[in-house]
Write a protein that binds this ligand. Structure first.
Ligand code: MN
Length: 186
């Protein structure tokens, strides 16, 4: 394998049955009806899905500033998860993919340095979410370090009349099966 030590090569490969590593970093937004409905924004950074729970969901309206609460990293294979997290497990309830696509980071960046700085700027290429966004860690004495703000930048994809539509239609809900997620789901 091009002289890469076996263990390193193995660790770099995605686990069996998961989605192959994409050339472009991906994002996914899960609509998750746990004890409270929320939307989980997940961005591929440094080989994991950095994840935020967004209670009100993302918006294309630049006037909206959405609280995004940082949760644990999720495995890359969680990006394709849909199903009903079994009762008794953390986050029990239906999960559907609300949107997915790829992330365009500023040139020469994979998001790692921005992550370290607590200030992410990126362009999303999804179906519902498109254009430039900022995701910024809140500072101040009343913050716990987990509160971030998700904001749409003003560009051609901005929509001042944006209203969030649920992806969990009754038909979709009826088609979901109970399925244990690939990692603890938050
Ligand atoms: Mn969740």
């Amino acid at each position: 394998m091009n002289g890469i030590p076996r263990m390193t090569a193995r660790r770099a490969l995605p686990p069996a049955g998961s989605t192959p590593m994409s050339a472009k970093p991906i994002f996914v937004v899960h609509e998750h009806h746990a004890s409270r409905r929320h939307f989980d924004l997940r961005l591929e950074i440094a080989g994991v899905l950095k994840s935020w729970a967004v209670p009100k969901g993302p918006s294309l309206n630049p006037a909206d500033k959405r609280l995004a609460v940082l949760v644990d990293d999720h495995l890359m294979e969680y990006a394709k998860y849909e199903g009903i997290i079994p009762a008794g497990g953390y986050g029990a309830g239906p999960v559907v993919i609300w949107d997915e696509g790829w992330i365009e980071w500023p040139e020469g960046s994979g998001g790692e340095a921005q992550w370290d700085a607590g200030s992410l700027k990126f362009v999303l290429h999804g179906t519902r979410l498109r254009g430039a966004f900022a995701l910024v860690k809140m500072k101040g004495p009343k913050t716990t370090g987990k509160e971030w703000l998700l904001m749409k930048k003003r560009d051609e994809a901005a929509d001042d009349r944006f209203s969030l539509e649920s992806a969990l239609t009754p038909d979709r809900k009826a088609s979901l099966k109970e399925r244990v997620p690939p990692c603890e789901a938050s």
